[in-house]
Design a protein around this ligand. Structure first.
Ligand SMILES: *[C@@H]1O[C@H](CO)[C@@H](O)[C@H](O)[C@H]1NC(C)=O
Ligand SMILES: *[C@@H]1O[C@H](CO)[C@@H](O)[C@H](O)[C@H]1NC(C)=O
Ligand SMILES: *[C@@H]1O[C@H](CO)[C@@H](O)[C@H](O)[C@H]1NC(C)=O
Ligand SMILES: *[C@@H]1O[C@H](CO)[C@@H](O)[C@H](O)[C@H]1NC(C)=O
Length: 802
């Protein structure tokens, strides 16, 4: 009790002091059962300020909801009348809700086919053009236009019907700016956009060329801001009584009356420039605008005009538009030049000096220590690449041409430098190159020069370092990739043509069964079609029973399996024969995944197949992880293990190589066999293949797995046959040449960690086309083992003897 009071009392006192202070410093007044708290600062301000209301209106307090009625749409009495209760309530567009509007509408009051010419020239530069034409004046040419609104004057001035129909279409609410012009005047859309994009539309304004009464003249065009147009439309009833000799004058007066705004001929820094071409009294024919554009353009100010009148023909409108487009292009070119100069000046302040191309960071900088870029080193004969298995390659082919060109360009640059005039070129010392996707290929070359008068080569040579860049001149964005869903059916085609393949396939089926069990439900259809050629009937029967077993296990996967037997006489390229058989069997409306029996994959691989294969657009050729030769990897591991043991002193046997009687004379194959024999007992079970640099590598030369729509396959096959003849189809490594060279088909290659290919011996027939053979050999050597593994085994007789 006492304890509580000791803390409670000070707390209570503090609280009450706080409340009293708050009451003293602020003024509460109780009104209508709610209280308003005035800002304490108001107590100290003078009475003058309190009395006169400031400009600032806080309308947050007085807001109320105004539901605007949409203009009624007359229901069509010919159609069966809808039941009132079944009326559909449509949500309004977000743009309407949020008050987002288009910037500008150009309203052309049309009389002749000139409107069509005007629409064609300015239509593509402004958001919307709307034509208002009297019904009786619409000819065949105008009738084809979609943005035309016909009206019937009914004995009144034209503006009455025009404003009514603007109101009916709610045009006055949907734009920031309104430009009204008769079709006998040309409007320069670039100047117009300049004004509407830089002037606030929020203020009521009527811009134009004023006549003596202060009304804007329609002939010169009239630009109204949204509030001006709103009041014009709302007050348009004031104009019903106007009677004037011409429709134009009536409209001018109506705008003045209804908006109560006088015409202003400038806003901010923009003058309203109307160029009125005088009727050339001299020769009637020569006075037409299109003949005089060139002369007119010499007058100062003509190039900046917003409107030009009087147009007499389509040719006038066209030539004026061409002229103003030219003016605009000249202007933009000048701006670009200016920008270029500016950025060049700015880059002088750069620590590294001016960069090239302008305004792009210079290439010497690595963004951080994890992303240090790797330059390729080259000499005149060799190039050192960043490859895992190969570091030096002879310089040939395109690389050679590339380097030659770069050296020539570098020499030219050195020549430009006057101080080098008594040097003569001796050779390339070395160079570096690097591809930067933002710039292109960057080069750094060191050229050796000698003094020309030094014939014996006694004095020291001079090395000049030159930086060069081969810029990316053309990039293309790929837009419009078709939309795909993941729910398509996939048919997996697996070719089997040897007993090794058959063994691999049976393992494949076992793995696939485990896959079905581990992820039970999939409501998309997956079919497996195994195509056999040259397989003995017993094996075929075994595979058949494995397949039906798989089908039963994978019921929840909608799995279907088939065994297709090809006669051994069918000698055509097996991939083509197998796909043909599958497409014949299942039709060409689905995705075919051509998969090696050695494949070992994750379930997500199917999803990526479904997403990346696009009908009539894309073939997907995943870059699979290819397993290294298991015996080599195994032997390497054994050697490493024994070395480790020896190093840590755990092994009492002195030296593995000595124990194994490995010597220099022994063939490597024999050595491999012995090493593997040491651990043969523990490796009965199939090991899981992990994506690891010592287990295999992503083989970019391998095109053996791909997925494609049946339709596309048939089309590509036929066009390939047409191009290269039937003979080419018998002798190929894979279908890669068939997929390339189509303008509308894309080939997607992507590293696919979910797909692993078990080791299988690769045969490269010398009868293959040269490119295919080279690719095959490269693929074979790169997926054998790493350099370190091979070296370890080849030099294993030296191990521990160093
Ligand atoms: C009028 O201009 C619009 C917008 O550029 C264009 O789509 C339409 O085809 C034009 N109409 C005619 C008849 O030229
Ligand atoms: C505008 O709509 C109203 C009723 O919806 C109609 O009476 C009037 O004739 C229309 N005016 C024009 C110019 O289309
Ligand atoms: C029109 O504007 C003038 C001054 O700009 C103003 O005195 C006058 O009351 C306005 N008339 C109407 C009807 O709003
Ligand atoms: C107007 O523009 C044209 C085309 O760009 C040009 O030839 C002409 O000299 C310009 N006129 C003036 C007065 O600058």
């Amino acid at each position: 009790m006492v304890y509580g009071a000791r803390t409670g009392v000070p707390l209570l006192v503090g609280l009450s002091i706080g409340v009293v202070l708050a009451l003293l410093t602020s003024d509460f007044s109780w009104q209508h059962s709610s209280f308003v708290r005035r800002c304490p600062a108001g107590l100290f301000s003078g009475p003058a300020i309190a009395e006169s209301p400031t400009d600032y209106v806080d309308n947050a307090e007085h807001w109320k909801v105004v539901v605007k009625k949409l203009p009624m749409v007359q229901p069509n009495s010919h159609q069966n009348a809808p039941h009132p209760e079944s009326k559909v309530v449509r949500a309004r567009f977000a743009a309407t809700e949020l008050g987002i509007r288009e910037k500008l509408i150009v309203i052309i009051l049309g009389q002749s086919s000139l409107s069509v010419a005007l629409n064609a020239s300015i239509g593509r530069h402004v958001p919307r053009v709307q034509l208002f034409v009297e019904t009786s004046r619409i000819d065949a040419e105008m009738a084809t236009m979609s943005n035309i609104v016909p009206y019937r004057p009914n004995g009144q001035h034209a503006h009455v019907s025009i404003f009514n129909s603007i109101f009916n279409q709610t045009l006055h609410e949907n734009y920031d700016w309104f430009f009204v012009i008769p079709d006998t005047s040309y409007v320069n859309p670039f100047r117009l956009n300049d004004i509407v994009n830089h002037v606030n539309w929020n203020v009521p304004r009527v811009l134009g060329a004023a006549n003596s009464d202060g009304n804007c003249m329609l002939q010169g065009g009239i630009l109204l801001s949204n509030p001006a147009m709103q009041s014009l439309i709302q007050q348009r009833h004031l104009c019903h009584s106007i009677v004037k000799p011409s429709d134009h004058e009536a409209l001018e007066l109506c705008i003045r009356h209804a908006t109560n705004l006088s015409c202003s001929n400038f806003v901010k820094k923009y003058d309203y420039r109307w160029w009125k071409v005088e009727d050339g009294g001299d020769a009637a024919g020569a006075s037409a605008v299109h003949d005089r554009v060139l002369t007119l353009s010499k007058y100062p100010g003509f190039n900046e005009s917003l409107t030009v009148s009087q147009l007499l023909s389509d040719a006038d409108a066209r030539s004026l538009h061409e002229h103003f487009v030219r003016v605009e292009i000249t202007k933009i070119d000048e701006e670009i030049k200016l920008l270029d100069l500016e950025s060049r000046d700015l880059s002088l302040a750069n620590v590294d000096g001016p960069s090239w191309p302008t305004a792009i960071p210079s290439y010497s900088k690595a963004p951080n220590r994890y992303q240090v870029s790797k330059w390729e080193y080259f000499t005149e004969t060799e190039i050192f690449r960043n490859k895992p298995n190969q570091n030096v390659e002879p310089l040939d082919g395109n690389d050679l041409l590339d380097i030659k060109e770069v050296i020539a360009a570098a020499k030219e640059m050195v020549l430009k430098d006057y101080s080098t005039k008594d040097l003569s070129f001796f050779g390339l010392r070395n160079g570096y190159r690097l591809f930067d996707p933002r710039r292109g290929m960057d080069y750094m070359v060191d050229l050796i020069y000698r003094f020309s008068d030094d014939l014996n080569g006694e004095s020291e040579s001079v090395v000049k370092r030159i930086h060069l860049c081969r810029p990316i001149v053309n990039t293309r964005l790929m837009h419009q990739v078709p939309y795909v869903k993941e729910d398509t059916d996939v048919t997996v085609v697996i070719p089997v043509q040897s007993s090794d393949d058959a063994t691999a396939l049976r393992k494949f089926i076992r793995r696939h069964r485990d896959l079905c069990i581990s992820s039970p439900v999939d409501n998309r259809q997956t079919r497996i079609a195994v195509v056999l050629r040259g397989i003995d009937p017993t094996t075929a029967r075994l595979i058949g029973s494995d397949l039906s077993d798989l089908k039963a296990t994978c019921k929840s996967w909608q799995m279907d399996t088939t065994l297709l037997l090809l006669r051994s006489e069918v000698k055509s390229f097996f991939t083509i024969a197998a796909l043909d058989a599958a497409v014949d069997h299942y039709g060409n409306q689905m995705i075919y995944l051509y998969l090696s029996p050695y494949a070992d994959f994750h379930k997500e691989f199917y999803d990526r197949i479904r997403i990346n294969t696009i009908k009539h657009f894309q073939v997907y050729v995943p870059i699979a992880f290819s397993e290294f030769h298991p015996q080599i990897v195994n032997a390497y591991n054994i050697l490493m293990e024994s070395e480790d043991k020896m190093a840590s002193g755990k092994s009492d046997s002195a030296n593995l190589a000595d124990n194994m009687f490995i010597d220099n004379e022994q063939p490597v194959i024999e050595r491999l066999r012995r090493l593997n024999a040491m651990s043969s007992d523990k490796n009965k079970l199939e090991k899981v293949l992990l994506v690891h640099k010592d287990q295999g590598s992503f083989d970019t030369n391998d095109f053996s797995v791909f997925s494609i729509y049946g339709d596309d396959y048939v089309q590509m096959r036929d066009s390939f046959r047409e191009k290269y003849g039937e003979g080419a189809m018998f002798n190929m490594l894979d279908l890669a040449p068939m997929f390339t060279g189509h303008s509308s088909f894309h080939l997607l290659r992507a590293v696919e960690p979910g797909l692993r290919l078990r080791y299988r011996p690769k045969m490269c027939s010398t009868k293959l086309p040269t490119a295919d053979y080279a690719r095959c050999v490269l693929s074979r050597s790169e997926t054998l083992a790493t350099k370190a593994q091979l070296a370890k085994i080849i030099f294993s007789h030296l191990s521990g003897k160093s």
